[in-house]
Design a protein around this ligand. Structure first.
Ligand SMILES: Nc1ncnc2c1ncn2[C@@H]1O[C@H](COP(=O)(O)OP(=O)(O)OP(=O)(O)O)[C@@H](O)[C@H]1O
Length: 228
């Protein structure tokens, strides 16, 4: 399998605070990786570097073998729009838009016309058990429903990589598991690579591999080896 993503010797500080101190991580195409580790260890910063949101002070980020840390902000933003999907813990839906408009947003930003974009968005509602909720605004959805809408929005453009930062953090455990099951099955069906930051072992258990970030570095281990 080819590497979809690679971080190599990544260092990044926020002022005097080092967040990453030589992080190395390689993720294969179609792999689902859970990034775990103590609070403040650098998990979100690593995800943001892999996704081209933050640029490291040193080291390299490669997407499909191409460096992205040397690209301009405009090129990185195009790359994020065209090839990546994002799911976060809270506040990701635009409250003024309906659920269907929220899902259609990446298509509209990518130049798809309104009618086909909304039609494509609506197909996701049945797939995600959200029948009849197209017209609701985010304030009229439960936490689990809103997170499924956010998942649809992240996947509607057919991203190569889905980045999820604490995607179940605001949900109760049953709803969180339902969202993870959907995330994993949709990613598997499409061969999408998934990078998932989580504190919860129960959520990480859905991944193919867990890696631990500690003091700004990555320690990988195979769960089967660890259990042996
Ligand atoms: N925008 C920022 N400005 C200043 N310092 C920051 C910023 N973002 C992160 N940091 C610091 O960088 C370090 C790593 O933060 P990061 O958010 O990557 O950790 P994390 O492992 O994701 O933490 P958590 O599990 O608590 O979300 C921490 O010391 C944090 O305080």
């Amino acid at each position: 399998m080819s590497a979809a993503l690679r971080a190599s010797g990544v260092e990044l500080s926020f002022g005097a605070t080092p967040a990453l101190r030589g992080a190395d991580l390689t993720i294969a195409t179609g792999e689902i990786v859970a990034v775990m580790g103590p609070s403040g260890s650098g998990k979100s910063t690593l995800l943001h570097c892999l996704a081209g949101i933050l640029v490291p002070d040193a080291g390299q980020i490669l997407v499909d073998g191409q460096r992205i840390d040397t690209l301009s902000e405009t090129r990185r933003s195009e790359l994020r729009r065209d090839r990546f999907g994002f799911v976060f813990q809270f506040g990701q839906l635009v409250p003024e838009l309906t659920a269907a408009e929220n899902v259609a947003l990446p298509l509209l930003l990518g130049g798809v016309r309104r009618k086909p974009a909304l039609q494509q968005a609506r197909e996701w509602f049945d797939r995600l058990g959200l029948e009849g909720l197209h017209g609701r605004r985010s304030g009229e959805l439960s936490g689990g429903q809103a997170q499924r809408v956010a998942l649809a929005r992240a996947l509607v453009g057919g991203p190569q990589v889905l980045f999820a930062d604490e995607p179940t953090g605001a949900l109760d455990s049953i709803t969180g598991e339902q969202v993870m099951e959907l995330l994993v099955s949709l990613a598997r069906d499409r061969g999408t690579t998934v990078v998932l930051v989580t504190h919860e072992a129960r959520v990480a258990a859905y991944a193919d591999r867990e890696v631990i970030v500690r003091d700004g570095r990555v320690t990988s281990f195979d769960t089967q080896e660890a259990a042996a």
